[in-house]
Each structure stands twice: as structure tokens, then as C-alpha cells.
Design a binder for this molecule. Structure first.
Ligand code: CA
Length: 229
């Protein structure tokens, strides 16, 4: 069986070592540590891992820059990335998610929480279990899911990775009600770590970014959401 390979990008050796130990012992993963953003970019190019755990606070090239560069490269555009951020770094977290990180964990973190996040992200990326919607062309909304391009009334819209996946899943199930639990499971990949309320927050943000086409995402009271074709 294929052991997932995790690249840990962290200059603090104690923390990096602890993460490696936890993932290899408890998670059945193979973990490699690099101490700088530059080394991370080289390691990804040499042998793409299944997941990158990326500390934001790195010397020279910081984690946000590394994330931006990885997302711009064809070999790492869809590579799962979990960021490690400082407790006070709310702006960094938002920017990291905007840049396409899959998830973040706040320092100091519990190793159990980190392992759970790692498992969730790996599980989600391991099974493209349903045929994924490739494109949608409506009167106002146009989405090319393959090219990661979404436009409303001809103007392109910037979505976070999560908002993009949310839209894709809703479109894939268009004209059907999708429950919050289902969205959590399919879009977030965790069972209980995220509150269902956070689904509402993300749907709200997605809706407002879609402007005139936002109305296509209906709230079905007590049940969930439905994308209307
Ligand atoms: Ca660090």
C-alpha cells in the first residue's frame, strides 16, 4: 500500500521533528523535513509529496510566498497544503487561504489535532470518488472547474480554494438539496472538527462574491443548500 509522503517545511527543528515523529508513528506516513522555503520548492520539484505542511514563519522566503509560488506551478497547483500559523496571525491565515492553502493549524497546536487535519486532507485528496463537475455555463455564471476560472457577467471572480470546491460540489448536485453535513464531509473532509455553522459562513461569502448569480444558491431552511440551474 502506498504510504502518503508529507513534506514538513519548518525551520524550528524541535517542532519539525515532533510532527515527523507523530505522522510516521501514528499516521503511517513518510515525512521529510526541510528548513527553508527554497529547500521546499526544490523538494517539491524533485519528488512531489502528497501533502505539504508549511510553516508561515520561515527565514528569507516566508510561507505565504512559498504557497503563492507552489500554486502558480503546474506540478503543485492542486497539492494539498496545511499552513502552520501563529495565534496572532489572523491576517496571515486569511491571506494563506486566499492563496489556496487547504487548511491551517494555529501554533501552539496539539499533535492530535494536526494529525486529524492531515488525515482529513489526505482522505479528501485521495478519492476523487464522484465524477467532478467540469464546467457550468448559466445566464450569468460561467465556471470552468478544470481551469479554476469563475466569472459572473463576464467578469472573473476570485474565490478561495474552499469557496471554489463548495461551488463545484453544489453545481455538481444542481437542483438537489445538499445538507450541511454532506458539504462538511465532501468539501471539508472532516466529520466533526468543523462546525456546521462555518458552512453557512462560507456559503454566505461565496454568494456575495457571485453577486447577481449568488441567488442561484438557495438556502433550504432546516435542510441545507441547493444550486438552482
Ligand atoms: Ca518557523
Amino acid at each position: 500500500m502506498h504510504k502518503p509522503r508529507v513534506l514538513i517545511v519548518e525551520d524550528e527543528q524541535d517542532i519539525a521533528g515532533l510532527i515527523k515523529h507523530t505522522l510516521e508513528r501514528g499516521g503511517g506516513a513518510d515525512a521529510e523535513i526541510v528548513g527553508s522555503g527554497d529547500a521546499a520548492l526544490k523538494a517539491v520539484a524533485a519528488r512531489p509529496p502528497d501533502l505539504v505542511i508549511l510553516d508561515l514563519n520561515l527565514p528569507v522566503l516566508n510561507g505565504l510566498e512559498v504557497c503563492r509560488i507552489l500554486r502558480s506551478r503546474s506540478d503543485a497547483r492542486h497539492m494539498p497544503i496545511i499552513m502552520l500559523t501563529a495565534k496572532t496571525g489572523e491576517a496571515d491565515r486569511v491571506q494563506g487561504l486566499e492563496l489556496g492553502a487547504d487548511d491551517y493549524v494555529t501554533k501552539p497546536f496539539s499533535l492530535r489535532e494536526l494529525s486529524a487535519r492531515v488525515r482529513a486532507v489526505l482522505r479528501r485528496s485521495a478519492k476523487p470518488d464522484e465524477p467532478q463537475a467540469m464546467a457550468y455555463a448559466g445566464t450569468r455564471l460561467n465556471a470552468d472547474f478544470d481551469a479554476v476560472a469563475v466569472a459572473v457577467d463576464g467578469a472573473s471572480i476570485r474565490l478561495t480554494r474552499r469557496e471554489f470546491e463548495l461551488l463545484r460540489y453544489l453545481v455538481q448536485n444542481k437542483n438537489r438539496v445538499v445538507s450541511r453535513d454532506k458539504l462538511l464531509e465532501r468539501v471539508w473532509g472532516y466529520d466533526r472538527l468543523v462546525e456546521t455553522r462555518s458552512v453557512d459562513v462560507h456559503v454566505g461569502r461565496l454568494r456575495s462574491k457571485l453577486g447577481g448569480a449568488g441567488r442561484q444558491i438557495e438556502t433550504v431552511v432546516g435542510l441545507g443548500y441547493r444550486f438552482i440551474d
